[in-house]
Write a protein that binds this ligand. Structure first.
Ligand code: ARG
Length: 449
């Protein structure tokens, strides 16, 4: 590319903002209809413009539209083509409008659709989690804190933890949607417009919930995009944590799950490997989603009111986050649906550990020992077991009694099943609580009549 080309291409955005063509045309059609209705332009002119725009949409969708970088962006490309098609009257389209309120409107319309797609994908992943939980409702595994075996839990309880995280994500995306559901058109370049436009009519036509209240805020508002980016960053973080659980569980060290072949790849060198590449890529992609949030925050931070051309830099991060988050949610859903559990290994890991220590301390507490003291007793027992390389549940009653005479033979009934069943409070891992949570989730997802 020559130096001249580099310079003349510098401000061009058509290569990416052409993604907004539908919103741009819909926005123009609604605007022109309103101009005609208000008598600001003649109805015949409005009609000519509308049919010209409709033809342009067909040209774009059939691939014959010729994009012209020298016209910079989607708005100018469409308007120039309209001029070629219908002549001078095309110039009336931009009456009572600026590219500033136009682009804010286009982007918010685009974002509303993208947010709906994200919400659908979130629901899809939630369904996959809930169905996997239901199919494996009896599976017990060790729950972890600090990547140390902590207490036995139901696998379903672990899956439903992600369901909850995604519920909060859905709330955040719904908030994003509502923030984007405000129409900026009619704000003009900065101060509004002297023509007798009717913003309520345009708003109805474009399906917005309300119109913006301050033209200066309106043309420089990209908060709804930031809401989307921050909701995406948090959702991406959730995907990354789920991916990390899958990576760990599928390792030989854990051996809890087998990820379906389609979501693993072999190593080019080590024939035994089944690398969890899809989960790793999902984890890795979270970085760029964070980056896009930071990118827009940084673009915005020094901008005096109102519109500044820097705002054109809002689009690539937006498209990139959409193109990253949607497939990540979908891939995670498919991966969860096809993952195979190894319940024996999971149960063994839950048993083969001191994960009943808390239950033994709780047993003492029930018999009147203060919790701190009970904790001390069981710590000593755990240290003893470690030195003898035995498990707590291998100790005979006589051994228990050496640590505290409060113990009775029923202490030997403590098992991972009794441990789980005991956590019978709202939010706990007891089977009947998890069953309830599962059926609530199914109801919320419309998986049950
Ligand atoms: N391509 C521009 C953008 O995305 C459109 C708005 C241009 N407005 C202007 N005053 N130059 O922000």
């Amino acid at each position: 590319m020559s130096q001249d080309d580099l310079v003349s291409n510098y401000t061009v955005s058509i290569q990416y903002d052409k993604r907004l063509y539908k919103q741009d045309i819909a926005g123009s059609v609604a605007h022109v209809k309103m101009l005609g209705r208000q008598g600001i332009i003649a109805n015949t002119d409005a009609q000519a413009i509308i049919s010209g725009l409709e033809d342009i949409q067909t040209e774009i969708e059939s691939g014959v539209f010729v994009w012209q970088p020298k016209l910079e962006d989607i708005h100018m490309n469409i308007e120039a083509r309209l001029h070629e098609k219908i002549g001078e009257v095309a110039g009336k389209l931009h009456t009572a409008r600026s590219r500033n309120d136009q682009v804010a409107t286009d982007v918010s319309m685009y974002l509303k659709l993208a947010t709906k797609d994200v919400l659908n994908s979130i629901r899809g992943l939630q369904k996959a989690l809930v169905l996997k939980a239901e199919d494996n409702i009896d599976v017990i595994m060790p729950g972890y804190t600090h990547v140390q075996r902590a207490q036995p839990v139901l696998f379903a309880h672990h899956m439903l933890a992600y369901y909850e995280m995604l519920e909060r994500d859905a709330d955040r995306f719904q908030f994003t949607y509502d923030q984007a559901d405000v129409m900026h058109l009619g704000s003009g370049a900065i101060a509004g417009t002297p023509y007798p436009i009717d913003r309520a009519v345009t708003k109805e036509e474009l399906g917005f919930r309300k119109i913006s209240s301050n033209s200066m805020d309106s043309v420089s508002n990209r908060d709804f995009l930031l809401d989307f980016h921050s909701a995406s960053a948090i959702c991406g973080m959730h995907m990354s944590r789920l991916a990390e659980d899958l990576v760990l569980w599928s390792s030989t060290e854990f051996g809890f799950i087998r990820i379906a072949d389609e979501y693993t790849t072999g190593s080019s060198m080590m024939p035994q490997k089944r690398n969890p590449d899809f989960a790793e890529i999902a984890r890795g992609k979270t970085g760029r989603v964070y980056g896009n949030l930071l990118s827009l925050l940084t673009t915005m931070k020094g901008l005096p009111l109102t519109y500044n051309r820097d705002l054109q830099e809002d689009k690539e991060p937006l498209f990139d986050t959409i193109d990253t988050l949607l497939p990540t949610l979908n891939v995670m859903g498919q991966m969860i649906s096809t993952v195979e559990l190894l319940p024996d290994q999971m149960r063994k890991a839950a048993e083969d550990s001191g994960s009943l220590a808390t239950d033994i301390a709780d047993y003492l507490v029930m018999k009147g020992v203060p919790f701190r003291k009970a904790h001390g007793i069981v710590s000593c027992m755990s240290a003893y077991c470690e030195s003898q390389r035995v498990q707590l549940h291998d100790l005979p009653l006589e051994k228990y009694l050496e640590f505290s005479e409060v113990f009775e033979s029923d202490v030997l009934d403590i098992s991972i099943d009794s441990s789980i069943a005991a956590r019978d409070i709202p939010g706990g891992t007891a089977p009947k609580r998890v069953q309830q949570a599962l059926s609530d989730a199914k109801m919320a997802l419309g998986l049950k009549a």
